[in-house]
Design a binder for this molecule. Sequence first.
Ligand code: GLN
Length: 479
Amino acid sequence: MSIKEIVEGIKNKKIKAKEVVEECLKEIRERDKGVNSFITVFEEDAIKEGELIDRNLEDLKDKKLLGVPISIKDNILVKGKRTTAGSKILENYIATYDATVVKRLKEEGAIIIGKTNMDEFAFGSSTETSYFGPTRNPVDIERVPGGSSGGSAASVSAGFVPCSLGSDTGGSIRQPASFCGVFGLKPTYGRVSRYGLIAFASSLDQIGPFAKNTFDLALIMEVIAGYDEYDSTSLNEEVPEYSKDIENFDIKGVKIGLPDEYFELGVDSEIKDRILGICKKLEEEGSIIERIKLPHTKYAVSVYYIVAPSEASSNLARYDGVKYGYSNRNGKDLIEDYFLTRRDGFGEEAKRRIIIGTFALSSGYYDAYYLKAQKVRTLIKRDFEEAFKKVDFIITPTSPQVPFKIGEILDPISMYMQDVFTIPASLAGIPGLNFPAGRNKDGLPIGLQILGKKLSEREIFCFSFFLEKILEKEVMDHG
Ligand code: GLN
């Protein structure tokens, strides 16, 4: 069921909130063993929440997400619950407060079903680096679900929950959404509060939703977006009612840019053909398709892999075995205890990022790497600013390829290249949505990315909703 159907069903007493929760739990119990999308499931609490809603229905009727089950990526804090970030170092860490997004979801009647699997500290594109084992793609169990929010995407794709929250630093919502054939949005940087999100790269991290249709995605954004005094980078801008009048959209004359750099060598030809085919349809509907250039795209991955590990190395300094989580106190002094704790507590990829970041920030190298990367980041941002003077939206493939097999990509650089098409928007801080654009000949999902200017979430939703309508009969077979 969609979010809308659940909320209306409960309100009109056609279904009970408790039944909805029980149904989700049953599906998870029966089918998640093969998928491994959850690290923790809150069976008892979720049923209690459902009962509470059924008992107090009269007082709760206006809640936007009344009785809607939702899964939450395990780097977002839920008070009193274990929050691991997919790492051994936080294996038994219990959150002492709710993230702002979680608080807002609860206030609107959503029921948190559990915490989803992820790459350790959100470092990765396949959910294979989790301390809790890899998540598998529900569309094809031999393949990865993408990452790092692979558990969230898989939990929606498998039909365990209608929606989920993930986080996106360089593509971690959009790419898994693409791989699992669901909708996912990375909002404008600062649109959604990061308070209570375990930090990876603070200048890039954004929380965002996964769902099975645009309307549901918009509804969740309505609840979680908005100013928060606990996040100093939070934007103090009004939140539009994203789901309201979502169908009021006129495609006539809308300008869509197709950046040459995203359709060059290295892109799977079926993906390319599919995206261009959809653009042709949009043209027939009255939009104007233009070829554009984003000339600094080629530097984006390099810039990101300086900026993101640098910030990560600083953010991960707090895991020292004293303040949080896992601790190895067998050293001869405190310094050695730190070393042992971090040696045992972090996985290989986390250590690699810490080493790269520490190197890039070290004195004598700062100007050559970090500062230079920041300058090129500005150029990438300007590319988009220039482009959006000419076009309303930019369309690209979300990922250059369809989901790969578990264990297929072993070398870190090839894994880093997975994010070539999602990283530029992250560096620029602009919103991006993955639109599930059908399947290839082997039945694997293809994702189309819609990019818009800063704070254009409302326009992106209207456009995506329109696209969903015109493609309905043909491609709406995700999940
Ligand atoms: N795959 C990218 C990385 O490994 C992006 C991850 C993310 O967005 N959290 O850093």
